[in-house]
Design a protein around this ligand. Structure first.
Ligand SMILES: [Zn+2]
Ligand SMILES: [Zn+2]
Length: 399
């Protein structure tokens, strides 16, 4: 089905470029919201704000059908975009802020789908809901606010994209069930006892404690988890000490870990606590003293992005039939996404759309200062999402 003509393809590219020129950081998406309102007005689609800087809009069809939501995220990153041969016409005009994660493309594609489906007028089944969600990149995310404000009310299914720099241009990749990770961030303060290096017996070294934690925690965790369950640990920063010949009082270490199973994440949290408790015992010199001590804080981030298996199977068959390049069993991705919250509420499908095209010099990964998208994928993305949305809107069974 050819549902996107040349003019719509060009419009989608222009929309993406305009959004790309005017990126807003997480939580400050007012400018992007204003641009989106303009585009929706141009399309004659009534819209209202949601979740602060977000927008929600319904396109009412004339035929009976379900309610299907499409979601795009709005925020950009605090990165200085590097000029390249390609981006001369659309490089960021906000210094230090850049659409380096493809969210400009996500918005443009949802607007593209809105344009082609709104044009169906009375022939459109059901109700198509557009959700433009702010604040994706940073915990606690904007999705929960959208949900709290009723954004999913009446929704039968939800679809969303993430453009991915590591996947080949035009490939639509997803998997049934878990697809992206649950993340937890941690901060640990190791308090020892400061003093001169000539007196190690009078000091308790928090640098050694932190090092021991870094060195042992992954093995401790693997001793507790099913070996077939994947996880990763990452350390983000470590700070402590000021003077080369002094044992400092404190070291602060932070990082994240990621899994595809919440029970595993709970186990990992407990293993960390046990590792740290035993460290306190091992480093205690005088039980009367209140050092060493360890403060451990943990923040639960986005849950697992878990696609509805029936919907994933149905989408795979439909897209394959229509000749799309798809990977319906894409490998697990350790990134985290607040689209996960929608998937906990309603059946849905989160799809990766590849943009890697060495022939055009587009090879940078997401969050790179050289990230760019192959604009030809926008047409593919619009067509595929419109196809899936139409199928879902017209569907009568419960999937
Ligand atoms: Zn990102
Ligand atoms: Zn992103």
């Amino acid at each position: 089905m050819d549902i996107i003509d040349k003019a719509t393809k060009q419009w989608t590219i222009e929309v993406r470029r305009q959004l790309h020129r005017h990126p807003d950081p997480t939580g400050e998406e007012e400018g992007t919201q204003a641009l989106l309102f303009q585009f929706l007005e141009e399309l004659g689609i009534p819209a209202r704000p949601i979740a602060g800087n977000g927008i929600i809009a319904d396109i009412e069809g004339g035929l009976p059908g379900r309610t299907v939501a499409l979601r795009a995220d709005l925020d950009a990153l605090l990165i200085d975009e590097v000029p390249t041969d390609r981006n001369t016409d659309y490089i960021s005009e906000n210094p230090g802020v850049m659409h380096g994660c493809g969210h400009d493309g996500h918005m443009a594609m949802v607007l593209g789908v809105a344009k082609v489906l709104a044009a169906k007028g009375d022939q459109l089944p059901g109700r198509l809901r557009l959700i433009f969600q702010p604040h994706e990149e940073k915990h606690p995310g904007g999705a929960t606010t959208v949900i709290d404000e009723g954004g999913l009310e009446g929704v039968d299914a939800i679809f969303g994209y993430h453009i991915m720099g590591y996947l080949p241009s035009g490939l639509i990749a997803f998997r049934p069930g878990p697809q992206m990770a649950h993340i937890r961030t941690f901060e640990i303060t190791f308090t020892g006892k400061s003093g001169h290096h000539m007196d190690p017996e009078r000091c308790i070294d928090p640098i050694v404690m932190a090092s021991r934690f870094v060195d042992t925690i992954e093995r401790d965790v693997s001793n507790e988890l099913d070996p077939t369950h994947p996880f990763v640990f990452g350390f983000g920063s470590i700070h402590g000490g000021t003077q080369f010949n002094q044992t400092p009082d404190k070291v602060v270490l932070d990082g994240t870990f990621r899994t595809f199973d919440t029970d595993d994440a709970d186990t990992m949290s407990q293993v960390m606590e046990r590792n740290l408790d035993s460290m306190v015992m091992a480093f205690t010199k005088d039980p009367e003293e209140d050092v060493p001590s360890i403060e451990f804080s943990l923040v639960k981030g986005y849950p697992v992005v878990e696609n509805d298996p029936d919907l994933a199977t149905r989408a795979a068959a439909l897209l394959r039939n229509e000749g799309y390049e798809i990977d319906p069993v894409t490998p697990l991705n350790f990134g985290a996404e607040d689209f996960a919250y929608y998937l906990k509420e309603v059946p849905g499908l989160f799809m990766f759309l590849g943009t890697n095209n060495p022939g055009k010099g587009i090879t940078a990964v997401n969050h790179s200062s050289r990230f760019d998208i192959d604009e030809d994928i926008l047409e593919i993305g619009v067509r595929a999402m419109a196809t899936l949305a139409l199928d879902s809107l017209a569907q009568e069974d419960s999937v």
